[in-house]
Design a protein around this ligand. Structure first.
Ligand code: ATP
Ligand code: ATP
Ligand code: CA
Length: 219
């Protein structure tokens, strides 16, 4: 099997970070930007770095974009260019297209024209950080849908030495504890009589309002 090929279009902070991480992981990555300076910066980091305007279908074809398995469109401010680029990639038959959305309308358009994955890093990171600001024991937060999330919380005194039965989380809050992490150990199928200690990290899944009630009374 041949190696998976990636391309990142747009080397702003977001695209550049994806590009660096893919390269660091040993992936084959083509970096594309219309700005010569940006491209020069990535010459030694990406496998290849080329200057091209991604809204130009022929330019994309010329650089062999059709051989790429997964293209990440990380053009930010220029929503028009981001949409047009996505459309062209779709028409060229790229298997997997991930696009960074700038706002909710942009996201809707991208979904309609067939982007395989739409990401919204500023909005999502903002939400996660807001949760960790509200409580320093909320370590991470992942949105599953508009109404459901997974949160990672650090157990404090209120949970110390208690079993899942004692805490009665499912009955009281309608949330499920899916894992308990203690140092390097992770228990992914916690039993009702498993004990939680202060400092453990517990991962809870549920409806946002239920998780909120859980956080208020136990975290
Ligand atoms: P950041 O991730 O830093 O927040 P941003 O969201 O502000 O980035 P921009 O700086 O607007 O995004 O765009 C990222 C990059 O995309 C820039 O380096 C820009 O030159 C490049 N870019 C914009 N339009 C095109 C295009 N049509 N073709 C290729 N690259 C483009
Ligand atoms: P994004 O998170 O959207 O990528 P950004 O990193 O590109 O944002 P800017 O757009 O430069 O950041 O700034 C974000 C906001 O901060 C803007 O609304 C701007 O008006 C505001 N801002 C910048 N400087 C100041 C300041 N000195 N005092 C108050 N607000 C400021
Ligand atoms: Ca930005």
């Amino acid at each position: 099997m041949s190696k998976h090929l990636y391309a990142v279009i747009g080397l702003g902070r977001f695209g550049a970070s994806i590009c660096k991480e893919l390269a660091r992981e040993g992936m084959e990555v083509l970096a594309i930007d219309s700005d010569e300076e940006k491209v020069n910066e990535y010459k030694d980091i990406a496998s290849h770095a080329v200057i091209a305007d991604s809204t130009d279908e022929f330019a994309l074809k010329d650089l062999g974009i059709r051989n790429i398995d997964h293209v990440i469109v990380a053009i930010g401010d220029n929503i028009h260019a981001s949409i047009l680029t996505t459309l062209i990639l779709k028409e060229l038959g790229i298997d997997m297209i991930t696009v960074k959305a700038q706002n909710d309308y942009h996201e809707k358009v991208l979904n309609k024209i067939g982007a395989d994955e739409v990401v919204h890093p500023e909005r999502d990171m903002g939400k996660r950080i807001a949760h960790s600001i509200i409580s320093s024991n909320i370590l991470d937060y992942l949105e599953l849908s508009d109404e459901h999330s997974v949160v990672e919380v650090k157990a404090g005194e209120k949970m110390d030495g208690k079993t899942l039965i004692d805490l009665d989380i499912r009955a009281r809050f309608g949330c499920n504890v899916v894992a308990i992490k203690r140092d390097d150990d992770i228990n992914v199928s916690p039993m009702a009589d498993d004990v939680i200690y202060a400092g453990d990290v517990i991962i809870v899944i549920g409806a946002d309002q239920d998780i909120h009630r859980f956080e208020k009374s136990l975290v």
